[in-house]
Design a protein around this ligand. Sequence first.
Ligand code: 5GP
Ligand code: ZN
Length: 135
Amino acid sequence: MSECIFCKIVKGELKAYKIYENNECIAFLDINPINPGHTLVVPKKHVENILEADNDTISAVFTAVREVSKLLINKLGASGINIIHNAGRAANQEIMHFHVHVIPRYDPEDIGLVDWWRRNIKKLNLEEIYRRIIS
Ligand code: 5GP
Ligand code: ZN
């Protein structure tokens, strides 16, 4: 995976503001932050996303996500955290190396993400969708 930007960051070939590291993962600041402290947690091993990752990798990534969340709350005074993972092009995954966005939130009045989320609610037939899922 010599072309992968995040593999290059893992290997230290590309600069990033690394704020956390353990045996399996690193975490570094997103180059285009939504909020101060917006961080990406990535496994050192290249895997595309949560759908391709093995359980040990998923476990290591989400354990690191929690550690990073606590760090951002302690050091930056965040009062909440949004955790986002985009898996696949349809979900707007741009970098095809598993990463979890950890986005510190500071102000309950800052509607940002939540506003976007709530504005896009669709009127759907839940009964029909439920039947497709369980059949
Ligand atoms: P995705 O849409 O794939 O979930 O998000 C990829 C994220 O990676 C974006 O938020 C983008 O700003 C970030 N990103 C892309 N290239 C780089 C880079 O070279 N360095 C860092 N630190 N972040 C990057
Ligand atoms: Zn990679």
